[in-house]
Each structure stands twice: as C-alpha cells, then as structure tokens.
Write a protein that binds this ligand. Sequence first.
Ligand SMILES: *[C@@H]1O[C@H](CO)[C@@H](O)[C@H](O)[C@H]1NC(C)=O
Ligand SMILES: *[C@@H]1O[C@H](CO)[C@@H](O)[C@H](O)[C@H]1NC(C)=O
Ligand SMILES: *[C@@H]1O[C@H](CO)[C@@H](O)[C@H](O)[C@H]1NC(C)=O
Ligand SMILES: *[C@@H]1O[C@H](CO)[C@@H](O)[C@H](O)[C@H]1NC(C)=O
Ligand SMILES: *[C@@H]1O[C@H](CO)[C@@H](O)[C@H](O)[C@H]1NC(C)=O
Ligand SMILES: *[C@@H]1O[C@H](CO)[C@@H](O)[C@H](O)[C@H]1NC(C)=O
Ligand SMILES: *[C@@H]1O[C@H](CO)[C@@H](O)[C@H](O)[C@H]1NC(C)=O
Length: 471
Amino acid sequence: MGWVSTSKATALLSAVLLAATGAIAAGEAKLQVDLSSPDSIRAAAKIVAANLFSYYHGNQPGQTPGILPGPPPGGPYYWWQAGAMWGTYIDYWFYTGDSTYNDETVRAMEFQSENSYQPANWTLSLGNDDQGFWGMAAMLAAETNFQNPPDGQTPWLTLAQAVFNTQAWRWDMEYCNGGLHWQIPTTNGGYDYKNSIANVVFLNIGARLARYTKNDTYAKWVDTAWDWIEGVGYITKDYNVLDGGHTEENCTDINPVQFSANMAVLLHGSAIMYNYTNGSEKWRARVAGLLNHTIDFFFPDGIMVERACELPDRVQCNTDQHSFKGYMHRALATTAVVAPFTREQIVRVLRSSTEGAVSSCLADGTCGFRWNTGSYDGDNVVGPAGQEMSALAALSTLLIDQQKVLNGPLTNTTGGTSQGDPSAGGTFNALAPPKPITTADRAGAGILTAVVLATFLGGLVWMGMGWSEGS
Ligand SMILES: *[C@@H]1O[C@H](CO)[C@@H](O)[C@H](O)[C@H]1NC(C)=O
Ligand SMILES: *[C@@H]1O[C@H](CO)[C@@H](O)[C@H](O)[C@H]1NC(C)=O
Ligand SMILES: *[C@@H]1O[C@H](CO)[C@@H](O)[C@H](O)[C@H]1NC(C)=O
Ligand SMILES: *[C@@H]1O[C@H](CO)[C@@H](O)[C@H](O)[C@H]1NC(C)=O
Ligand SMILES: *[C@@H]1O[C@H](CO)[C@@H](O)[C@H](O)[C@H]1NC(C)=O
Ligand SMILES: *[C@@H]1O[C@H](CO)[C@@H](O)[C@H](O)[C@H]1NC(C)=O
Ligand SMILES: *[C@@H]1O[C@H](CO)[C@@H](O)[C@H](O)[C@H]1NC(C)=O
C-alpha cells in the first residue's frame, strides 16, 4: 500500500480533476435514499454494490480472478485494495442479506490466497499490510459464518491464522526494539520503514483470533504489538496514531501524518480486545481514547474527512487513500457492537457521515470522495473503486440494528463453522512473543537471524519470477 503521495503526481491529478469536475452536468439525478428506512438503505446499497462491481473484471474470460485493474501502469489499483473490497462485500452481505456477490467473493479470495496471501505475482508491492487486508477479509468471513469454500480449498479461519503466523514469524527485534517492517521482501523500497499500518493490521488479526479461538497466545501477541506501537511513539498520549519511522533512525524520525486507516484498524482491534478481556479497564480506556480522537479529528461536523490529504482547497489523496472512509465506517460499526458503551456515540456519527456520503452519490450509484459538499465531486481520476467501497460500507453498516449483528462476531463456540489450523502458514513451535533482546542474547540472536534470513531467501526463490517481472 502506498501511503505517501508524491506531490508531483498530486499536482497533476488536481489539475485533471478540476477539468473533470467541470464536465459533470449540473442537476444530474441523485441517489434517493431514506436513511430511516432499512428497506430504502438496502435498495440504495444494492445500486452502489452493482456500481462497484462494474470496476471488477476478474470474472471475465482471460482476466485474473480476485483483483481490481492494476497495479500501475496496468490500472490504478494495488493488489491489497481488492482484498479490502471483498471484505466490504462480505460486510455488505452480512448487513443487507444480499448474496449476489458471495460466489465471486469466495472464488476471488481463494484464488488469491496462494502462499498465505503472498502470491508471487504481487511481490513487488507486497507489504505486511497488503497481505493483512486479505487476512482481515478472511477473518471477517469466519466471524460472519460467510459461506465456506468448496472442499479442498483453504478455510477462512485457517487463512487468517496463516497470515497471522507468517507475520508473527517476521516480528523483528533487530531494529527499533521490535515491530514489523512495512514491506515483506527485504529488497522492496520501504522495507526500512516500520509503520503503524503493518503493525495495527497484525494486532487486529491477533485480537480477532484470540476472541474467535479463545487461544490466549494471540492475545499475548496483541499486548506485545500495542506496547511496541505505543512505546515507539506512534500512538501518542492523546491517542493520535502517527504513520511510522525508519529503522536507520531507530524509528525516531516519526512521520506525524494521521491516516484514518491506521486508526480504524487499531480501534477495531482494541474494541475486540476490550470484549475478549470481558471489559477490562485497560482496553476500555484505549477504546474510549481512540474513539474520541477519531470523532474529533476525522469527523468534523459529523461527516468523515480524510484530513491528511483531503484539504479544503484540493484533494491530494492517492488511489489507496480514496478507499479509507469505508474501513473507518466498518470498524466503527463493529466497535459499537463489541464495546456497547460506545454505541450511542458511534451510531450518531455513522448516521450523520452516511448522510454526507449519500449526498455525494448520483442515481446510478456513482459516489464522490468528498462527503461534505452535498453533491457529487466528480473525483474519479485515481479510480472510482475506493469511493464506491466507502459509500457501500457507510450504507451497509447503518443496518447495525439487527439481532444477528448485535450478537457480535461469531466465535468457534457461538456458530462459526470455519475450520482452523493453528500451525497454518508454516510450522511454528511454541509461537510466543519475544522478550526484548538483552546483550547476553545478542550472539545467539545473530545466528538466529542468519538462519531465518537463509530460510526466507529460500522462500523467495520458491516464490518464483515475481522479482524480475515488472521491475
Ligand atoms: C499471476 O499472473 C499470471 C499471469 O497474468 C496469471 O495467469 C495468474 O492467474 C496470476 N495469479 C494470481 C494469484 O494472481
Ligand atoms: C475452538 O478453538 C479452540 C482453540 O483452537 C479449541 O480448543 C476448541 O476445541 C474449539 N472449539 C470448537 C467448538 O471448535
Ligand atoms: C531505540 O528506541 C527504543 C525505544 O523505541 C529504545 O528502547 C532503544 O534504547 C533505542 N536504541 C538505541 C540504539 O537508541
Ligand atoms: C471472560 O469471562 C469468561 C466467562 O466468565 C471466562 O471464561 C474468561 O476466561 C474471561 N476472559 C478473560 C480474558 O478474562
Ligand atoms: C470521550 O468523550 C466523551 C464524550 O464527549 C467523554 O465523556 C469522555 O470522558 C471522553 N473520554 C476520553 C477517554 O477522553
Ligand atoms: C461483547 O460483545 C457482545 C456482543 O456484541 C456484547 O453482548 C457484550 O456485552 C460485549 N462485552 C462487553 C464486556 O462489553
Ligand atoms: C494457540 O496458538 C498458538 C499460536 O498459533 C499455537 O502455537 C498453539 O498450538 C495454539 N493452541 C491451541 C490449543 O490451539
């Protein structure tokens, strides 16, 4: 996932965007929806869901199942975003009951699940976060008892565990006292960046696995991850969630930009931990603090704004960032369910923000990026899929007031049927969070690093041609 947009590309985009905006016919018919009527919400969501699906071609002959057109220059979207899109469709089905996209979702998520969601084709842009967005979609499938894949294909829970295990294995004590690198292959640009998104995605999947399986090993990892992210200064005392820092600087050169995706994924994981710990004070305080900052910062006037790049006079968000609002709406809805003390506060803001979202949509379900102008902004130069995903998420999650939703994500004792495999993704014995390295450990750690590195490089050879293609 490419977080930091280059200013040159952005200036160009803004210029094109301005031209595009001029082309929108004034008074074009708008999407009609009555947000106090579940049936009306369902009908509107169905239109937006179909609009989103029109940008997916993986179901057509000769196309690759599972992906959106890309990565650049083949199309605007990186591989991870399709993973996030399938998660959005799973939630769409869960909240609305419309199973139109379920079969394709299964096919897509299985087709791309190669090597624990690390397919050779996408090696050049493969971050822990990219892998993790597919892993979070698989976890959601388990938690909602989404239809299981045909026999012989890997079950959802096993896929989520595989992602978690491969990431736990990469937890790195050599730099910055812990944490995951952003990128997975050591030779990718950005390997030396240890950022929030890679680490909060790991925390999120760990928290959900702990709650789903009641295996406390995952929860110990979550504590380790939180302590590291906070200890290194990416979560501030006011619950700002900052972007990341570099290993050469011991992660002290923190980029203070605040993207909503970091916050959304962390808040969701923290709310799950609050629930898993039966309402512990520690996690309650974290959820309350993160939520307050979320509402203050990302929802000025009750409508979501991606403030880091959605500026008053111009939008400089890249393709990835155009999809972030949907993750926040989905994370907030789940938070409201598993941490009921937040429900009133969250439902209010979901409602007002969704009003903004639908005011940006045309009758055919084409929705804009800016939600606070009352009309469609014509912003589709970086690709429309993210805007559609966000509007779809906003509409779907307004249907929170149903018993099956309020019961909370399923676990393996409350109706989840997906089969797990604690050792998926590799064979790990006694996989436990590492203790901080002491001087006495260092000689041993060096050898371990060498062994791990050799194994990893072996893995890369196995992963095949991905390295040279497209570089
Ligand atoms: C990888 O790319 C090849 C060539 O386009 C394609 O045939 C294959 O299905 C792709 N695999 C995945 C997992 O995307
Ligand atoms: C749920 O998962 C736990 C941990 O993996 C396991 O011990 C237990 O048997 C599972 N329960 C069911 C009903 O599958
Ligand atoms: C690096 O930062 C960590 C805190 O994140 C600190 O504990 C450690 O001492 C620092 N290491 C060096 C070499 O400065
Ligand atoms: C939460 O409560 C349940 C039921 O009383 C108990 O079995 C479980 O161990 C508790 N979980 C934690 C993390 O304390
Ligand atoms: C969050 O905001 C609510 C409502 O404004 C307030 O009552 C609460 O004390 C705040 N909590 C934290 C942790 O800041
Ligand atoms: C955990 O989530 C369930 C399902 O939404 C909810 O009923 C329960 O009250 C939550 N637990 C706590 C401690 O809030
Ligand atoms: C709990 O999870 C850890 C980490 O994946 C695994 O090593 C262990 O076998 C699991 N325990 C059970 C009872 O499933």
